[in-house]
Design a protein around this ligand. Structure first.
Ligand SMILES: Nc1ncnc2c1ncn2[C@@H]1O[C@H](COP(=O)(O)OP(=O)(O)O)[C@@H](O)[C@H]1O
Ligand SMILES: [Mg+2]
Length: 339
């Protein structure tokens, strides 16, 4: 294990949520790579069944089962650490569950054919979530013959913020279903993992009003449920290219076109007065727009800061997220102490 000090050292289950499209899958994958660096073994779990992880790592669709999907890079870019991936299929999780508690895997297979699994998850939609979180907690707790944990950390690419507290509220979900017996026992076990200091629920957001509000609301809901929050990961942050003073002037629409004309001429970017004026007015409009957006972003950043939750920033990758970009984001998380 590496001796690096990180913000989430005691955490073994990282649950990643956020408004849809903010980059949950991307950041979960980058976090898994970052956590694995330094020679660790990390499991990245996907539950929405869309094979986003396989795509992201440029690999064929994942079978139901854990398989190594990437090698992490440690200090000086040396290969060090492994990321495994698992796409949980609720039906398979149900069969696992039946086998674990009733030794009825064979029966389960037959049941699948006549749709009993579908039936069970339809009458008790909460059961589906419990099976998924159950499978995840099982991976967190799993030990080898010597009593050592198989995975140093598990990262769960979880449902979006709107569904997260329900998803994690396993005890509530099965309360109407089972008060005693194996399902109840199972739910209590899962709850034990989720509510422990070994779990952290991270929020992915953009510097935009809606996802920021969802993050703030989501944090409050988690707290009400007694579940441990993690960090806020601000994704797709644009670089700040214009100095603050100029931005303030521009945001108020008070950029002096004459200054721009002089500047363009001095830089040799415009020939003659009329060309310089045309470019200057187009430029002024662009800068004003940029400045307004930048002010809005600043406001959202302040709202996030008021939560007092640790925050990390990830840059908007201009060419989209390819494998190299994913490693870049992982390095960025490491540099900020998130992993
Ligand atoms: N930092 C980033 N820079 C550029 N593009 C990004 C970044 N993070 C995510 N994306 C892109 O945004 C889209 C949504 O990301 P994804 O991780 O699939 O979001 P979610 O899982 O929340 O729906 C994808 O096309 C992804 O490549
Ligand atoms: Mg996703």
């Amino acid at each position: 294990m590496s001796a690096r000090d990180t913000d989430w050292d005691g955490v073994r289950l990282h649950v990643v949520t956020g408004k849809g499209g903010t980059g949950k899958t991307t950041v979960a994958a980058a976090l898994a790579l970052a956590l694995a660096s330094g020679g660790r073994k990390v499991l990245l779990v996907e539950v929405e069944g869309r094979q986003g992880i396989a795509q992201l790592f440029d690999r064929p669709p994942l079978p139901y089962g854990e398989r190594k999907i990437a090698i992490a890079l440690g200090d000086e870019g040396k290969p060090n650490g492994d990321v495994y991936a698992l796409a949980i299929d609720p039906e398979e999780a149900m069969l696992d569950y039946l086998e674990m508690f009733y030794g009825m895997r064979r029966a389960g297979r037959a049941l699948t054919k006549i749709g009993v699994v579908d039936f069970a998850t339809t009458i008790a939609p909460g059961l589906r979530d419990v099976l998924v979180t159950g499978k995840t907690s099982e991976a967190v707790r799993r030990k080898d013959a010597n009593g050592r944990r198989i995975y140093d950390a598990v990262v769960l690419d979880a449902p979006p913020t709107g569904r997260i507290s329900r998803f994690l509220n396993v005890t509530q979900e099965v309360a109407g279903l089972a008060r005693v017996g194996p399902i109840k026992h199972h739910a209590d076990l899962v709850r034990g993992v989720l509510a422990s200091p070994e779990t952290a629920v991270h929020f992915i957001t953009l510097l935009e009003e809606m996802p920021v509000q969802e993050t703030i609301d989501g944090l409050a809901e988690l707290q009400a449920q007694g579940l441990p929050h993690g960090g806020i990961f601000i994704n797709m942050v644009r670089p700040q290219v214009v100095p603050k003073a100029a931005l303030d002037t521009a945001a108020k629409g008070r950029l002096d076109p004459n200054d721009l004309v002089l500047g363009l001429k001095a830089a040799g970017l415009a020939e003659g007065e009329s060309q310089a004026e045309t470019i200057a007015s187009a430029l002024a409009a662009e800068v004003t727009e940029h400045a307004r957006r930048s002010h809005l972003e600043h406001r959202e950043r302040r709202a996030l800061a008021r939560t007092k939750v640790p925050r990390y920033e990830l840059p908007l990758l201009a060419d989209g997220v390819d494998l190299a970009g994913l490693y870049e984001l992982a390095e960025c998380l490491r540099a900020q102490g998130a992993a």
